[in-house]
Design a protein around this ligand. Sequence first.
Ligand SMILES: Cc1ncc(COP(=O)(O)O)c(C=O)c1O
Length: 382
Amino acid sequence: MQKKYLMTPGPTPVPAEVLLTQAAPMIHHRTPDFSAAFMEAIDGLKYVFQTEASDVLIFASSGTGAMESSIANCFCAGDSVIVCRNGKFGDRMKQIAEVYGLNVIDLNYEWTQVVDPADVATALEENPGVRGVIVTQSETSSGVLNDVERIGAIVREYPDVVLIVDSITGIGAVECKTDEWGLDVVMTGSQKGLMLPPGLAAITVSEKAWRAYERSTLPKFYFDWKKYKKNLEKQTTPFTPAVSLVLGLNEALKMIRAEGIENVIARHARLAEATRKGCEALGLQLFAPPEGRGNAVTPVWVPDGVDGKAIVKIMKDKYGVTIAGGQDEYAGRIFRVGHLGYFGEFDIITTLAALEMTLAELGYEFERGAGIKAAEAVFMGA
Ligand SMILES: Cc1ncc(COP(=O)(O)O)c(C=O)c1O
């Protein structure tokens, strides 16, 4: 027997209570029972997204469905949008915008850089008529945290520009104040901070985003927001929902409410800090810059002379600890430790221990135990 640890930024571990809830016998979705569960889920998501003003819609899809819906529902072909990208998921937003025939004003950064809100302000000034600004809050490929609060303050001054935020690994891990920061569209996915299996996406739609919807002429059917909104008024969904996931979501939301969203975020901050300090104590270099590090995932440079793919493989095969490798051009050059969702202190200690044993096997020289000691110091506050 080998005990397994899933230390990736999605899918993430699912608590037993949530798993058990999903094993309940199926109920039909056109029933008062489902409607009650569905409205409870919407209400809980509003709490997590920190919104009262926006509508929350739930799709049976992965996160990319929500990303695509944000483009199809807010724009017309030929509209100009500013896409801020500093990683794989920003790249994906650009691809989707282009597939739908939008004119992309490309704010392209290195993966190790943070989006500069001043560049967004300049791009808006230089491109009158722009209809949207699109940004990834927590860039999972790089661990970079972009400052959507400051970008929100800039975009707020433009009544015809919607701010679309991919917070798929931000929600539940970092502060994301949808109403207070003026974020028009914010999205997440179930297999991330919501502690569920993959298969649900949720998205917020502000009044400004609904105005964009009314003007939008891009084709849409399954992801047509209005269909979801009309059905929401009848406490149901336009299409067959992922019933078991919605029931599981309520269980997860109960746990999040019991801890309190601020405490959930503070726990993530602590886990991220311990992971960073632990890796640094081993002499490893962090990938994301100090001014923009998120709490969902810690990407780390593979040290010189060590095989990056072997780190991931040995940790998984020999120690049962699954971490993520680098993506695209960073495959084999970085590894990523996820700590998003159902995680506690000893998941981090275990992972650092497995990392130390793996690095020792691969011939990397460091002080054994230093990573664990540094993480313990963060947890003990000493
Ligand atoms: C920031 C971010 N955006 C978008 C996605 C895409 O979500 P999905 O794989 O659920 O379609 C992910 C998934 O890892 C992500 O981390």
